[in-house]
Ligand binder design. Sequence first.
Ligand code: 9D3
Length: 244
Amino acid sequence: MKFDIVTIFPRMVDAFLAEGVVARAAERGILDPAVHDLRRFAADRRGTVDDVPYGGGPGMVMKPEPFVRAVEQLREQRGSPDAVVLMSPQGTALTHAKAVQLSRLKHIVLLCGRYEGIDERVREQVATEELSIGDYVVSGGELPAMVVVEAVARQLPGVVGDAESVRRDSFVRNLLDWPHYTRPADLDGARVPDVLISGNHAEIRRWRKRSAVRRTLERRPELLEQSPLDEEEREILRDLRGSD
Ligand code: 9D3
């Protein structure tokens, strides 16, 4: 799968692509990511990509032409993308379902903005959709674009070593994870629950289910509305709701 990331901070994204699951997926040919310096598509030698806002006010606005030219050149060099995604706080928020949907595409271009915002015509004429990563402010589209690449890449077969762990991920089932422990069994008096040391695998499985349902009920009750609980989990939920 091809990803093209357009940014004024290409080294930020290069560093991300050089490590971890994403780097391994690229080495193995599952992922074909490329980073493009927006300034290379500026009209002047100084690489100007911003200008004052029409209508006045503070800050600078990103000019449209460098984005237009970048996407035109990418189209010639890398082929026509299936989606051109503008990273923006005004976009719809990324979800697990959206990551799965994007993972079915072959080629995605991600456009990163900085400053006050991006000229509206990039939205209208270049982007096919607009994505945010949630309701908090970061200083530009680079971190959000990296989040999109990682969340989408994880859904591609072979990117995460253990397919089982991708299936178990919280937002696949809309259930939070259960608590994890490793040695020592006693950390200055903080002991690992006996059931996990018992060797009784039926009991361990039940304890994990109960812990996951309890945590989700306490921390993210809205997830349970959408969660495809099995009979045992529904029973646990009835019990926890009855006995809080
Ligand atoms: C500083 C100007 N802000 C007040 C009017 C608006 C603003 C513009 C640009 C706030 C943040 C940004 C930079 N952020 C992104 O480009 C961004 C983002 C985000 O901040 N949060 C969640 N998802 C995203 S996707 C891109």
